[in-house]
Structures are given as C-alpha cells and as structure tokens.
Design a protein. Structure first.
Length: 288
C-alpha cells in the first residue's frame, strides 16, 4: 500500500501534525527511527499518545533489516516510519525513500519542524546560511577535520554555518564482542562544549584562519523546540565553558551579521562576554 514517512517535530509527542497523527492512528505498523536523532520523550509516551505499539528502528535495523521489516510490509499494508524533525533532513531517509520507490512502493512525506528551520530562532536569517556540516566525536586515533573547508567556504562568502553535532546510540562494544558478548556502549550526545573544543583544535591543526576562537561569534543551541530550549551566543572559547544542559545540542558559526541579526543576538549573548557586537570584523569584508 503506502510507506508514510512522518516528521515528529523537535519537542514531544504533541508536536506531530494533525495529518501525521491521523496517519499513525490508521497505520498497520509503526516504526520510530532512533538512529539519526532522538525525541524529547520515550517510546512509552508515544505509544500512550497513539494508542498503538511503536517499534524502535535502531541503527542495525535501518542499515540491515529495513527492507524485510519496513519495505516489504509496506507493499500490502500501511506503514508509518516516524522521524524526529522532518523526514527529508537526513540521507538515511532519502535512501529509504529511494529504495521504496525502486520496489514500487508509494511513499508519502508528512513534513514537520526540524533543526534546519529552528536554528533561525536565534535571530540569524535562514537565507544567510551556507553548507550545513556535521561534527563527529574525535577519537584517540581519529580526529577528522572534513568539516573545516566548508566552514571556511561559508565564512569567506559571509554565510553562517549550522553545525550538527554527533550522537552515538547503540554503538557496539568491540571489547566485549571480542570476548564473545553482545554489548552496546552507553548513548553519547555531543555537547556544544565538546564541539567548541574540537573546533578550536581543528583551527589549530589546519591553521587556515577559517574562524577565530577568541573573536568569531558563534551560537550554541540546546533542546530546540522543547520548553527548556537554550540559546546562547559568544565566542568558541566562551561557549566551551557555558553549561547548556542536556541533549540535543547544535551550534552555529556566524558569518557576516546584519543589523537586525545583531539586535536579536544581543538578547542571547553570554553574560560578561568579551565579544563586542559593535566592532565585528568579518572575513567577507577583508576578502572583498
């Protein structure tokens, strides 16, 4: 029949659209994708709200079992695949859509709010954003800086950069597996603090002046769309020390700032910030 890819928004079980809710209520199978993001409430809250069981689609299912468990049933039944935010904001969901279409399955998208739009709550205009980048957790022997050239490109063009921060959910414990045990590591969610630290290290490593840890204005975002959302602006060095609370976090590295953007950002500037809004030096102006 149909595979419905339903956006849940950013907050809790009540953020689903009316159309999405009606589809879920009439679906034969309901899956919650819990690999690319997490919702502010647990599965039990969703099941109580929908009045139906919800199956968690973790990383293993999405990567290895999605065809058998999701796509094949969608040939004859109504399947709702629930996605935190909007279903078109991750390549994982685009791949699912493509595979469904190749199998002759009709797909309907039900859109909702995502971090791509909610980032504008800090006052930065969405049409002034460039490439979005992902910041992965640095490991002892793996410290990638593939995001750095995109940030530099954006800054040279006067554009802001939305940084999506890494999450690790149901990651295998390889040490335990070597002992013949199936075990998973505790979930990890990158904080603004960790991202700021890694960005400072990346600038020191690559050293192409994409941004200045002591001068470039950045914005930390936490739990967007939830009652406890937190927005604070400051330099990377300042954001590194600020307590943003629990997940999920993201960050923006500012490019050129217009007067209206500045007026809003003043409301979110960390108390005691050394950043002087009236003396902004932009890479864009220097290059021009």
């Amino acid at each position: 029949m149909v595979l419905y890819m339903v956006g849940l928004g950013l907050g809790n079980e009540e953020d689903i659209t009316v159309r999405g809710f009606n589809i879920v209520k009439s679906a034969d199978h309901i899956f919650l994708e819990a690999y690319t993001s997490v919702l502010g409430v647990d599965r039990e809250r969703l099941e109580e709200f929908y009045g139906k069981p919800v199956i968690i689609a973790d990383r293993d299912m999405v990567e290895q079992q999605v065809e058998d468990l999701v796509l094949v049933p969608a040939k004859t039944k109504k399947v709702a695949f629930l996605v935190v935010g909007d279903p078109v904001c991750a390549t994982t969901h685009t791949d699912l859509w493509l595979r469904a279409r190749q199998m002759g399955i009709e797909v309907e998208m039900i859109h909702n709010a995502s971090i791509m739009g909610a980032a504008g709550a800090c006052g930065l205009q969405l049409y002034n954003f460039g490439h979005t980048v992902s910041i992965p957790f640095f490991e002892e022997n793996w410290r990638p800086t593939s995001f750095y050239p995109k940030i530099k490109f954006n800054r040279q063009g006067g554009m802001h950069t939305l940084c999506l921060l890494d999450i690790k959910v149901k990651e295998p414990d390889f040490d335990a597996m070597m002992k013949g045990k199936t075990k998973y590591l505790p979930p990890r969610f990158m904080s603004v603090n960790t991202a700021a630290e890694q960005l400072l290290e990346a600038e020191q490593t690559v050293a192409q002046q994409a941004y200045d840890g002591a001068k470039t204005l950045c914005v930390g975002l936490a739990r967007m769309g939830q009652p406890t959302q937190c927005i604070r602006a400051g330099t990377l060095e300042e954001l590194r020390e600020y307590d943003f609370g629990g997940p999920l976090h993201s960050m923006i590295i500012c490019g050129d700032l217009h007067d209206l953007e500045l007026e809003v950002l003043k409301e979110y500037l960390i108390d005691g910030s050394k950043f002087e809004l009236e003396h902004i030096e932009t890479q864009h102006d220097e290059i021009r």
